[in-house]
Design a binder for this molecule. Structure first.
Ligand SMILES: Nc1ncnc2c1ncn2[C@@H]1O[C@H](COP(=O)(O)OP(=O)(O)OP(=O)(O)O)[C@@H](O)[C@H]1O
Length: 316
């Protein structure tokens, strides 16, 4: 966990439209020096568009983005941007793609050699990218983006197409970059990427709806009820939003107005048995079929992107 420090990126009331189609609406976001900030949100909400604005390659339609106190567009030397799908050229070999970026970027280093070795694609450098698998392409792109020696890295879906072991390797790489003093913004809709984050920011259609440390955000969730899929409709009568499937069961966020509230909120305590009993009475589900579960990052993602109410909170 990094200490609280200086802000390196500030986005204020950023809007972005394509033709007349609004993608980003009033996005306010800060990135602190040396943190790993995870930008989460559902498909199509505008994470890539926001990253391109932070990188200075996309211009906001309204609002401002400062990087180290200057407009993002004036600071191309400060960021390395891993694009979602478009970093490498399919007709070039792995080595030729690396050479392209080595010539293009003055801050390109030899780190790529160590990284392709670590990702296990060092033997594939003479193949054309069009013959790489999706995961191999991502590994090469990560090797290239991480080899550029700049203060800020913007990674768009870095773990997409990667297997679980490789995701751990990517997380290690991120921690090493942080230990070397770098700042990382990682856009993802994979809850497991929260493992590596100092803070998470959730992007929804009306802007950033919550930011905070992962543990604080988890602790801020309402009680989560879980039951069998046969009880999906009944569960829906006692929760906020829609039930969602998790490992063969369904879950939902308890709506205290609908299910009754047995919590001793003054003392901050939770009487799980009483809560379950209230929810069972409200839904008609047997208490044996209803459980209160510990929140996971998947629940957190669902709350802020699918099932939860509008939120506007900052946990620091
Ligand atoms: N150059 C463009 N012209 C027109 N529309 C665009 C352009 N770039 C992005 N969009 C639109 O902006 C919206 C947000 O796209 P974006 O790629 O930022 O979403 P995302 O949150 O990164 O999604 P995903 O998780 O699927 O990668 C989409 O509706 C997309 O079609």
């Amino acid at each position: 966990m990094v200490a609280v420090s200086d802000t390196v990126v500030t986005a204020r009331e950023v809007r972005k439209s394509f033709d007349d189609e609004a993608v980003l609406e009033s996005v306010d976001l800060t990135v602190e020096d040396n943190e790993i900030l995870l930008l989460m949100g559902p498909n199509g909400v505008g994470k890539s568009v926001l990253l391109s604005c932070l990188a200075g390659s996309g211009r906001p339609t309204a609002g401002s983005i400062d990087v180290f106190g200057e407009p993002a567009t004036a600071r191309a030397d400060t960021t390395s941007f891993l694009l979602q799908d478009a970093l490498c050229h399919g007709k070039l070999t792995g080595r030729e793609n690396v050479d392209f970026y080595r010539r293009l970027h003055p801050a390109f280093t030899d780190d790529w050699q160590r990284l392709v070795d670590r990702f296990g694609i060092d033997g594939d450098l003479e193949k054309r990218l069009e013959d790489y698998s999706g995961g191999m392409t991502r590994k090469l792109e990560l090797s290239i983006a991480a080899s550029i020696d700049v203060p800020i890295y913007l990674y768009d879906e870095p773990t997409a197409a990667l297997d679980l072991t490789t995701i751990q390797t990517v997380h290690e790489l991120f921690r090493e970059q942080q230990a070397a003093g770098k700042t990382l913004v990682v856009a993802s809709h994979r809850p497991m990427d929260a493992d590596v984050a100092d803070r998470i920011a959730f992007l929804a259609t009306d802007g950033i709806v919550a930011t905070g440390r992962p543990d604080d955000l988890l602790a801020s969730l309402p009680p989560i009820l879980e039951t069998g899929t046969a009880n999906t409709n009944a569960l829906a009568t006692a929760i906020e939003g829609e039930p969602y499937a998790v490992a063969g069961n369904v879950r939902g966020f308890l709506d205290e107005d609908r299910a009754g509230d047995s919590r001793d909120t003054d003392a901050g305590g939770r009487d799980a048995a009483a809560l379950v009993a209230d929810a069972a009475a409200a839904t008609g589900i047997e208490t044996d079929d209803l459980a209160l579960v510990e929140p996971t990052y998947t629940d957190l993602f669902n709350y802020y992107t699918e099932s939860g109410p509008d939120q506007d909170e900052e946990f620091r």
